[in-house]
Design a protein around this ligand. Structure first.
Ligand code: ATP
Ligand code: MG
Length: 385
């Protein structure tokens, strides 16, 4: 193909207007692309930056069609989308990446687990559990983890159960149960694969979760593991995305067991919270990389230039309404601190309102600064609950 591109290089249709979309729109503009965002909320975080938004639901066939018809290529920043319409649009010739059929497999977490098992990718044992059943749970054996098939995010569709008494907290939805993994660490590897099959991985990162809920609390990049384990994690993540014939950027979440074994927990067919540090710390960030991958452009270098940590800025408990950012100047005064505010009109307890990446010469000092950042900056709201 001739290496000549009229402006805009591509018109990107983006399903989902949240923070991942917002950061992708910024990368798209840098590359000379324009974006249209589909989101039910007028003035969504991504819509504000794109300047052009279709207001509508992710499962509204007419709106999905309008988006596809107004763009050269369609992608998404979330999983809960009507894939039937996307499959029809793809059959009609619209370019949609990652492919809708793969999204359909991944968005059904049980189907995703089956895919992993069938592809020979190590993952925890599991059985189908269309309805929570005390005897079936006990027969599978505790500790176990019950997961909803669909719609879960940030751990909302996950119930970790140590013994029978936890059955009272079961999820009242169709799901499955899987073996509890006593993980030493939770790791993630961002994988990029373009339409030509070129594949690159970012250095393995370590995710630390907040005790009590499952929202990522602290990201350490690169992970504090030996280089052989990092290499194995990266190879496994790449093998997973290749088995899926995935096109785009994928977040592969892994468990590192005490014996050094690695299991794939789940795969996100999109940019991921554990790749935010790539904006400041890597040669090519995950958002630009995703666009390069789906547009069939050469993938960028994934090399990490500096140690980094990342903390999410969650809506402070006890507040809602218009966000009020407390401690902003204090954290900006710390060298190496990069603040990202997502532009959400309303805060809620635990809602992802922004993140802070800290880059520093050593991972220890980056962690120390990130800990300080967490105590200094708070996303309050103009209404007290
Ligand atoms: N089999 C397991 N054994 C131990 N812990 C688990 C297991 N499955 C999930 N968890 C814990 O629950 C968290 C959330 O699970 P999972 O990633 O499957 O759900 P999710 O809702 O997609 O979460 P997110 O959107 O945050 O990625 C995991 O990061 C891990 O801490
Ligand atoms: Mg997860």
């Amino acid at each position: 193909m001739e290496d000549v591109y009229p402006y805009p290089v591509a018109r990107i249709g983006l399903i989902g207007g949240g923070q991942l979309g917002r950061m992708m729109v910024k990368a798209a503009k840098r590359l000379g692309c324009t974006c249209v965002v589909l989101d039910p909320l007028q003035g969504s975080p991504a819509g504000q930056v794109a300047g052009h938004q279709i207001v509508g639901d992710y499962s509204d066939p007419a709106k999905l069609r309008e988006l596809a018809e107004s763009c050269d290529i369609v992608t998404f920043e979330l999983e809960d989308i009507d894939t039937e319409t996307l499959i029809t649009l793809e059959e009609e010739g619209h370019r949609i990446y990652p492919r809708p059929q793969l999204l359909a497999t991944i968005q059904d977490k049980y189907a995703q687990k089956q895919f992993l098992r069938d592809a020979g990718i190590p993952t925890s044992d599991f059985i189908d559990m269309p309805q929570a059943d005390a005897a079936a749970f006990a027969a599978f054996g505790y500790p176990l983890v019950q997961k909803a098939r669909r719609g879960g995010y940030d751990g909302r569709g996950v119930a970790v159960m140590t013994d029978e008494t936890a059955f009272a907290r079961r999820l009242p939805v169709p799901g499955y149960v899987e073996r509890f993994v006593d993980a030493e660490k939770e790791l993630a590897v961002m994988v990029a694969r373009n339409v030509g099959g070129e594949c690159r991985v970012y250095p393995t990162v370590e995710m630390r979760f907040h005790a009590g809920d499952n929202v990522l609390d602290f990201l350490v990049a690169p992970a504090n593991i030996d280089s052989e384990t990092a290499r194995r994690a990266e190879a496994l993540a790449m093998r997973t995305v290749e088995a899926m014939d995935g096109v785009g950027v994928f977040g592969v979440e892994l468990f590192l067991a005490a014996d050094g074994g690695l299991l794939v927990n789940e795969v996100a067919p999109r940019t991921h919270n554990s790749g935010h540090h790539t904006i400041e710390a890597c040669v090519t960030d995950q958002f630009e990389q995703h666009l390069r991958a789906i547009l069939g452009l050469p993938l960028g270098e994934t090399r990490q230039l500096t140690p980094a940590t990342m903390v999410n800025l969650l809506g402070e408990p006890g507040y809602e309404g218009r966000p009020v950012i407390s401690g902003l100047a204090a954290v900006l005064a710390i060298p190496g601190v990069c603040v990202h505010i997502y532009g959400k009109a309303v805060t809620k307890p635990g809602r992802k309102m922004g993140h802070v990446t800290v880059i520093d010469d050593s991972i220890d000092s980056a962690c120390e600064k990130a800990t300080r950042v967490k105590t200094l900056i708070k996303i309050l709201g103009d209404k007290k609950l």
